[in-house]
Each structure stands twice: as structure tokens, then as C-alpha cells.
Design a binder for this molecule. Structure first.
Ligand SMILES: Nc1ncnc2c1ncn2[C@@H]1O[C@H](COP(=O)(O)OP(=O)(O)OP(=O)(O)O)[C@@H](O)[C@H]1O
Length: 614
């Protein structure tokens, strides 16, 4: 313990420094010191003490409330109360803080904290565009809070009380919300504690006129900066939205040949294919002269999800043009996260498009969605059924929503149940249905009441092959007199049901056409699949590539390899000859030759789209 041998030699300051205490002198408002400094203080009238060198302890003879052996003890008492009560009625720092709440006008305090809170919120809006991630915003926020606390408690509070410092400088500092808060709290505490001692009441509205406090200036400065901050933040936000809107409006024209759609943090470079250009031109033509042959027309639908928690905006759908005729079943294929569900959600009115619109049976998606709902059926990706209603009750409910009543409703419900092979179990609770039965009921709900347009989001997910075939028959029957938009991950389903297929990747259609057209366009090749032992993989590859220089290996895993050979450069007998030759060198477990499948097209298009993101 660094204490001089004779207690009488010690000054108050020496003692407080030597005892791990803070050198800050005790004042009635240094309550904030609890946060940043050790609270240990030797009070001015505690000068008679004894030092016991053997025990290395110091004891205060007069036993003033804050005189304790260690700052832990003091801190404990500050929070828990005095050990033997507080007969002297002394205030400690924390009590000082509380007094500022209890001894000042509630309405003054409410106004002060309310204005500060709003100022802080508007400052957050103002600073928001400066940060790209939530993490960096939190780190900067933490530094600001700690930095303001240190500066406020160690400097600003002293300056406020220093008459030699021009009040203009203090007011200039109060433009920063943290210092304005400090100033207000200092004044409230001065009034609170001062009045408690004097047995009067603290700050009231009429005290704002007094020159010995800065509450009036603080309130004016905070209200003014609050309004300025919110106005600037609002203008910045509007300018950036306007910019993004303008750039999205320009994009369709830019896209015609090769275009750039720019979005932080990546740049998307997209080469539009001929089929996409043709579809867009068709849609643009209908925009000027509507055509009743087409039941659903999408005009450049776009969706940007606003970024949250510091994350950037997500451009989920970057522009979809589509014209679907009556009786057409259109299949949307695409990798996970391509934007299919977002597209469908816009079409069924769950999400508002950021740009563009669509026309369903002549009704506008943006302004007449309530009418579109009456001619639309939806089978969502996940079954939305009530466990306590029967299948029949579900269909009656949705039939009524589509304006069916009386015998027409009964007939439609029976037809729907029959169509999906649920007539026998129509009166059973949906909660007791198997997964396949629930899926079929969801499809029946989408079709009941003869809607003009039906959206089926992965309708056969989770069905066994027999139930799936049954469901496909229902959809094939249903598509005769309505337009169906179907999303699926099953190539077989798309080939079986869809008249046209669009592969959707990276927020837009990458190709459009019938299954055969796509296979011809992206295929036109034979696929040889060969499975050998994994250690023969390299030999097989060099042999095939030696025999067919145009061959490209498209797949290789655990000894199974796929090679793509352009049809024009080869005939099938050459392939059989090559396989025979290979078999002589090493054992081939299985092999096969196929023409391009829709799955090959899908993989090719999805990979191309992914590699176009620079
Ligand atoms: N509410 C949202 N806010 C922000 N981003 C979203 C939101 N919903 C979807 N996204 C993002 O938009 C992109 C497209 O999502 P979407 O669900 O439309 O894809 P999908 O093609 O339907 O995928 P899946 O086949 O897996 O259902 C994804 O990157 C997704 O993370």
C-alpha cells in the first residue's frame, strides 16, 4: 500500500490516489463517474484517520458514509444501500442520479427525453446510408457511445460549469446529440440535488428562463437538429429511391442486346437471348394494343426487397416479360433462390411489384387485384389447410369466395373432390389426411369454381409416384380452359404438363420455349455416360477426348462421367465402337448414350446464368 508512514503527512489527494481511488473531486453531480471512474473518494471532512501498518489497512475514525476499505465495498453499498441504514440522510452518487428524476418536473423531463429520443432516431436514419453492414454500424455506434461518455464526463461537464468558456462554444457542442443529453442531465441533476438539500422542488418550466441552466437552449437545439436530421435523411432516401427507380426504368431498353444491370455489391451482366427478346417485343406490342387471345401478360415485373439491418437491397426479380394464352400451362423452372416464388407472389397480389405490372384477363394487377382474386386459384408451396375442417368444407369455403352458391357450389365441390380422388374422404377432417391427400386437396382448392388463371407452386412436392400421376391427370384436364402457371423442380413434371417452359435464374427468364425447342436449342448433342472404377477415370477421359476431339466432359463423380458430343460431328455407331474399344482396356460397370434431356438444358442454363454474375 503506497501510503507515507505518518497519516498526518497525507493530503486528501495523495490518499485517494494511493487507495486506487479517483482523483476527481466529489461534487454533487459526478454520478456519471460510476460508469467511467472508480467511485472511491475520500471526503474532505474525513481527515482524522488511523493507519495500522501491521494490518495494512486504513480506517476512518469519523466513519463517514463513503469511507470504506475498498472500492468494492463502496460500490456494493451504492447499489445495495448502506450497511447500517443511512441515518445521516446522505446522498451518494447513484442517489444523486435518482433525485434528478424524482425532484424535477415530470413534464420537463418527459419533453427533454422525448425530444432526445427522436433526435437519436433521426440521427440513425441520417447515418444509415453510410454503413453497408450492420456489424460496422454497431462497432461505430459503440465507439460513439463510449467516446461521448468519456468526453462528456471528463471534459464537457467541466466546460459547462466553467464561466471562462464562452456559452456559444458549449451550444455549438450541443448540436451533437450526445453532448446535448449530457448538458440536460447535468442541469436536471444540479436542480434535483440542490433542491433536495434545500428542501424545495427542482426544475420546473419557469426555470427555463434562468441563466444558470441551459435546458431551454438544449431543447431548442435538439428540436431544431431533430427536424433538420429527419429532413436530410428523408431527402437522401428519396434521392436514392429515385435513382434506383430511374435505373430500373431504363434497364429494359438497355437490355436489348447486351446490358448491364448494376446492383451493389455485384454487377450482373446479362446477354438477352433471342427468345427472351421476342417475348418482350410481343408484350410491348400488347401494351399498346391489348390482345384478348392472351389471358395473362406481365409487363417488366421487378421486385427489390429493401435491405434490412444494414444488408443491401435484394434484386429478386430483375424484369419478367411474359404473355400466356388461354389454355396454356406455363412451367417455371429454376434453381433455389432464382426468384420464382417472388414472381408468383407478385402475380397473386401478396407482394407489390417494385416496377412493372401485369394484366390478368384484362384486369390490372396494381389497381384491380380485388377483382383478379375472384378469377384466380392458388396452390401454394406449403399446404395452408385448417386441421379442423373437412376437405369438403375447405372446398365450399373457397367456392363461396369465388361467388358460387346453391347447387352450383355443391356440384363444383363434388367435381373437385372427384377430380383429385378425394370424394370418398371428403367428409374427413383435413388434419387426418396424409401428406399426398393434403397436396391434392390444395390443388383442388386452386381449381374449384373454375378460375381463369391458376398458380401451382411445386404442386407434386412430397407425392408418391402413383399420387403424382393422378395429380398430373387432374392438372392436364384442368388446363384445357384456363391458364396455368406452375413452378417445379421436376423436369418430368414440366415435360409432362407444360406447353412452354421458362428457365428462371438470377431474377429473370434465361430461356423460353417448349421442352423440345429448348432441348434442340441447348442440346443438339449426345450424352455418353460411362461408369468405371474411380482409378480409371483419367484414362476414360483421355480416350474419349482422343477419339472425339469435340467431346466435352460435363460431369464426373465417383467413377461416373458424362461427355457431351455434338450430333453434327458424329453418329451413334462411332460411339458404340468407342465403348467396345474402351471395354477391352478396362472393365466398364455401366454405360449409356442419350440425347440431351431437359435436365441437361436446365443445368447448362443455370450454370451460364451463375457465371454471368461478375
Ligand atoms: N422477404 C425477403 N426479403 C429479402 N430477400 C428475400 C425475401 N424473400 C426472398 N428473398 C430473396 O430473394 C431471392 C429469391 O427468392 P425466392 O423465394 O423468390 O426464390 P425461389 O426461386 O422461389 O426459390 P425456391 O425454389 O427455393 O423456392 C432469394 O435470394 C431470397 O433470399
Amino acid at each position: 500500500m503506497l501510503i507515507s508512514s505518518s497519516p498526518s503527512d497525507l493530503s486528501e489527494n495523495d490518499l485517494s490516489l494511493a487507495l486506487l481511488g479517483t482523483a476527481i473531486n466529489m461534487t454533487s453531480t459526478n454520478f456519471a463517474a460510476a460508469t467511467f471512474d472508480t467511485i472511491y473518494q475520500v471526503q474532505s471532512n474525513c481527515l482524522n484517520f488511523s493507519l495500522s501498518a501491521e494490518k495494512s489497512t486504513i480506517e476512518c475514525v469519523e466513519g463517514l458514509p463513503l469511507w470504506r476499505r475498498s472500492y468494492n465495498e463502496i460500490n456494493n453499498e451504492l447499489y445495495k444501500g448502506y450497511k447500517n441504514g443511512n441515518p445521516e440522510g446522505m446522498l451518494n452518487e447513484i442517489m444523486g442520479g435518482l433525485t434528478s428524476f424524482t425532484n424535477n418536473s415530470k413534464s420537463v423531463q418527459f419533453t427533454f427525453y422525448f425530444v432526445y429520443m427522436n433526435l437519436q432516431i433521426s440521427m440513425s436514419f441520417l447515418l444509415y446510408p453510410l454503413f453497408k453492414s450492420a456489424k460496422s454500424a454497431s462497432v461505430v455506434g459503440m465507439f460513439l457511445v463510449i467516446g461521448t461518455g468519456l468526453l462528456g464526463s471528463n471534459f464537457f461537464t467541466l466546460w459547462v460549469r466553467d464561466p471562462s468558456i464562452n456559452s456559444i462554444w458549449i451550444m455549438a457542442l450541443e448540436v451533437y446529440p450526445g453532448f446535448a443529453l449530457f448538458r440536460g442531465i447535468v442541469d436536471l441533476c444540479d436542480y434535483g440535488i440542490g433542491s433536495k438539500r434545500a428542501g424545495t422542488f427542482g426544475m420546473e418550466w419557469h426555470h427555463l428562463k434562468d441563466n444558470n441552466n441551459g435546458m431551454r437552449e438544449v431543447l431548442i437545439i435538439m428540436t431544431f437538429t431533430w427536424l433538420v436530421f429527419i429532413l436530410i435523411a428523408y431527402s437522401v432516401d428519396n434521392i436514392s429511391s429515385l435513382r434506383s427507380c430511374l435505373s430500373s426504368k431504363k434497364s429494359p431498353k438497355k437490355i436489348t442486346s447486351s446490358s448491364n444491370l448494376c446492383q451493389e455489391p455485384n454487377t450482373y451482366v446479362q446477354m438477352e437471348k433471342e427468345d427472351i427478346v421476342l417475348e418482350r417485343e410481343k408484350v410491348e406490342q400488347f401494351q399498346n394494343s391489348p390482345n384478348s387471345y392472351y389471358s395473362a401478360i406481365c409487363y417488366d415485373l421487378k421486385k427489390i426487397y429493401p435491405g434490412r439491418d444494414g444488408n443491401p437491397d435484394k434484386f429478386a426479380v430483375k424484369g419478367a416479360h411474359l404473355a400466356l394464352s388461354r389454355g396454356e400451362c406455363f412451367g417455371m423452372l429454376g434453381p433455389n433462390g432464382a426468384g420464382k416464388t417472388t414472381f408468383i407472389s407478385m402475380m397473386i397480389g401478396l407482394l407489390k411489384p417494385t416496377f412493372g405490372t401485369a394484366s390478368i384477363e384484362g384486369l390490372d394487377l396494381l389497381n384491380q387485384m380485388h377483382l383478379i382474386h375472384t378469377i384466380m386459384g392458388v396452390c401454394p408451396q406449403y399446404d395452408l389447410l385448417w386441421d379442423t375442417l373437412t376437405g369438403r368444407e375447405h372446398l365450399r369455403f373457397y367456392g363461396r369466395l369465388r361467388n358460387l352458391t346453391g347447387s352450383a357450389l355443391d356440384e363444383a365441390v363434388d367435381d373437385s373432390l372427384r377430380g383429385v380422388d378425394l370424394l370418398r374422404v371428403g367428409n374427413k377432417l383435413a388434419g387426418k389426411y396424409s401428406g399426398g391427400m393434403k397436396r391434392r386437396l390444395s390443388v383442388a382448392i386452386a381449381l374449384v369454381g373454375n378460375p381463369k388463371i391458376v398458380y401451382l407452386d411445386e404442386p407434386s412436392t412430397g407425392l408418391d409416384p402413383a399420387s403424382r400421376n393422378k395429380l398430373w391427370e387432374v392438372i392436364l384436364e384442368a388446363k384445357k380452359d384456363r391458364t396455368i402457371i406452375l413452378t417445379t423442380h421436376s423436369m418430368e413434371e414440366a415435360e409432362r404438363l407444360c406447353d412452354r417452359i421458362g428457365i428462371f435464374a438470377d431474377g429473370c427468364f434465361q430461356c423460353l420455349g417448349s421442352s423440345d425447342e429448348l432441348k434442340n436449342r441447348y442440346g443438339g448433342s449426345y450424352i455418353i455416360t460411362i461408369t468405371t472404377k474411380p482409378n480409371n477415370v483419367d484414362e476414360v477421359q483421355s480416350m474419349i477426348e482422343g477419339l472425339f476431339p469435340n467431346a466435352t466432359r460435363t460431369y464426373c463423380l465417383s467413377g461416373t462421367q458424362k461427355f457431351e458430343l455434338p450430333k453434327t460431328s458424329i453418329n451413334k455407331s462411332d460411339i458404340f465402337g468407342a465403348i467396345k474399344l474402351t471395354k477391352k482396356r478396362f472393365p466398364i460397370q455401366t454405360w449409356g448414350v442419350t440425347e440431351t434431356t431437359l435436365e441437361d438444358v436446365f443445368i447448362k442454363v443455370a450454370v451460364e446464368a451463375a457465371s454471368a454474375i461478375v
